[in-house]
Write a protein that binds this ligand. Structure first.
Ligand code: FAD
Ligand code: NA7
Length: 533
């Protein structure tokens, strides 16, 4: 067993962990990042499946704190694909000399709080870190959700979850089955349909997808973005979803049906899922009529694009348009290819996976060379529940979260002092890099405050959320989601995608601007809701 001593330990080397490390080093702390992955990147290290890309536009899917780098770093298209996001994060790590402070292939398994004011953090490989501050940057979409389908281990062909896609795997000329048609499934199908010999899409609930509007960026466009960057970043911070576009302030009922169609057509042409949901009207996710109008519009587009009426029928979602919105580079078009089949699992469920393929309840075996599980994630608290984290008096975080995960400001939990979560439960629902920045900047201020107090003999340098603050934050989160159709729609956002997982509110729906305001006001109000000792 090796014991290592640092001021701070950060778990996770994705967008969150990298920025937290940079910020702690600037503060003069000694800090280490560990990740069970073999290198930096987080999401973008693991998700190497064909077609993997960001659906936030390139100019705002990056850090905002290095303006020079923002203006110089290359992106050729309106959306960045996985290799480019990974290259960007690697570049940031090199640019700021951060790699020397990182350790890979290292999985945190447990942490115990010691009353004298430090965390004892255990790794699977036997390493123990003794640190004052522990930051978990575990990722909100990071722990894979592998479905429990009978016979899964019997399959003799290749099988992969999209979020642990091995380097070098190819799909060309193979018979491929894809289970799942969320954001990931949509991206995979769109990418591989043209090159596989046969593609069978196993779809349970279809989701609404709109065009991404991707394409090459002109030099004029890039120059304009570069000139406007400070303004763009300010706009993102002061918006609800942080995607860079102007969010609508008018309800759908304020326009005529003709005008509404025109707006939807424009949004469809412009592209981007979040823009479609929040850029035309402000009530699509809260007003049932407005929501149904958006659904109807997308359903109509599906019937126009997909030539086979049976496929078109199956591809049309019937529930609310209230999951994290999707966009694609020609998903529905792929179903016009003869080699692309669609199995509606609500009509013909999977009986079992066999040696050679997938047997459905209609008695048909779909013979396959490869099965791709695009079945999503045990999101937000999934990675926390794999570990044994014990706070004051040995209380366990898992037990604290028995009725669903909770926090104060998405970052701290009472009873777990000096443990800071990046994108923890009940953090903002928005573009993730600016959400991460809000958390990292807050955590850095909290740690700076603890360090300042530690210089005084009466303080140990500990910051802890108060139980009341956690309770109140939960009430605030509940209030923000009141009337939202997200609440009525099954998805990972509330934990309903994983069998047996507690249904609970896992996001703050008040938007990025208000979230930042909540943090700011807690600090300005003398660290309201925190105990400092
Ligand atoms: P991650 O990048 O998930 O990193 C977490 C790291 O923690 C991982 O490397 C993991 O190995 C490590 N880890 C976890 N547990 C342990 C442990 N016990 N011990 C050691 N290490 C551990 N967000 C957007 O805003 N826009 C998008 O367009 C977008 N596209 C996405 C596309 C895909 C395919 C996926 C999966 C997610 C997407 N996201 C998107 C969400 C994305 O996860 C975030 O944008 C961002 O990358 C999260 O960064 P992070 O550092 O918080 O977490
Ligand atoms: P999602 O959006 O959770 O989608 C997962 C898909 O997998 C969805 O279609 C599920 O169907 C399907 N699924 C899950 N389990 C099963 C089983 N057992 N059988 C059949 N189908 C199943 O995950 P994604 O990875 O696509 O996207 C997650 C986020 O990552 C996304 O929002 C982006 O931010 C990036 P269901 O709908 O549950 O019927």
């Amino acid at each position: 067993m090796t014991e290592k001593h640092y001021d701070a330990l950060i778990i996770g080397a994705g967008f969150g962990g990298i920025y937290q490390l940079y910020s702690f080093l600037k503060l003069g702390l000694t800090a280490k990042v560990v990740d069970l992955a073999g290198d930096v990147g987080g999401t973008w290290y693991w998700n190497r499946y064909p077609g993997a890309m960001s659906d936030t536009e390139s100019y705002v899917y990056r850090y905002s704190w290095d303006l020079e780098d923002l203006r110089e770093s290359p992106w050729t298209h309106h959306y960045i694909r996985q290799p480019q996001v990974l290259a960007y994060l690697e570049h940031v790590v090199e640019r700021h000399n951060l790699r020397q402070h990182m350790q890979f292939n290292t999985e945190m398994v447990a942490a115990d709080w010691d009353v004298s004011g430090f965390w004892r953090v255990k790794m699977k490989n036997g390493d123990v870190f003794i640190v004052r501050y522990l930051v978990t940057a575990l990722g909100l979409l990071s722990k894979q959700n592998y479905p429990d389908i009978a016979g899964i281990d019997d399959f003799k062909g290749e099988k992969y979850h999209t979020a642990s896609w091995p380097v070098g795997v190819t799909v060309e000329t193979k018979r491929v089955g894809v289970i799942g048609c969320g954001s990931t499934g949509v991206q995979v199908v769109t990418e591989i349909a043209k090159s596989v010999s046969e593609l069978v899409c196993f779809q349970r609930h279809p989701q609404y997808s709109v065009p991404s509007g991707d394409g090459p960026v002109t030099p004029e466009y890039r120059q304009k973005v570069n000139e406007r960057y400070p303004e763009i970043l300010e706009h993102v911070r002061n918006s609800v979803v942080g995607f860079g576009f102007d969010e609508s302030t008018r309800p759908m009922s304020s326009v005529s049906p003709e005008e509404r169609e025109k707006v939807f057509e424009e949004l469809w042409k412009l592209g981007n899922g979040f823009r479609f949901m929040f850029g035309g009207f402000n009530d699509i996710t809260v007003d049932k009529e407005a929501n149904e109008a958006a659904c109807e519009f997308i359903r109509k587009k599906i019937t126009q694009i997909v030539k086979d009426p049976e496929k078109a029928r199956k591809l049309q979602p019937l529930d609310y348009y209230a999951r994290r919105p999707l966009c694609d580079g020609g998903y529905y078009e792929q179903f016009n290819r003869d080699n692309v089949k669609l199995v509606d699992l609500l009509e013909t469920p999977i009986t079992k996976i066999t040696e050679n393929g997938i047997l459905t309840e209609d008695g048909k075996t779909h013979e396959l060379d490869m099965i791709i599980f695009a079945t999503g994630f045990d999101a937000i608290d999934g990675n926390y529940n794999r570990m044994h984290i014990h706070g004051i008096g040995g209380q366990s975080l898992k037990e604290h979260w028995t009725n669903g995960p909770s926090s104060y400001l998405g970052a701290l939990v009472p009873g777990f002092p000096n443990l800071f979560m990046i994108t923890g439960p009940q953090g903002p629902f928005c573009n993730i890099p600016p959400a991460i920045e809000a958390h990292v900047e807050f955590i850095t201020k909290a740690v700076a405050k603890a360090e300042e107090l530690r210089k005084e003999s009466t303080y140990k340098g500990v910051i802890e959320a108060k139980p009341d603050a956690e309770k109140k934050w939960n009430q605030i989160c509940e209030k923000e989601v009141e009337g939202s159709l997200f609440k009525e729609t099954a998805s990972w956002i509330f934990g309903s995608n994983v069998p047996g997982k507690t249904y609970a509110l896992r996001f703050y729906f008040g938007g990025l601007k208000k979230f930042r305001g909540e943090i700011q006001s807690a600090i300005e109000d003398g660290w309201r809701g925190f105990k400092l000792y």
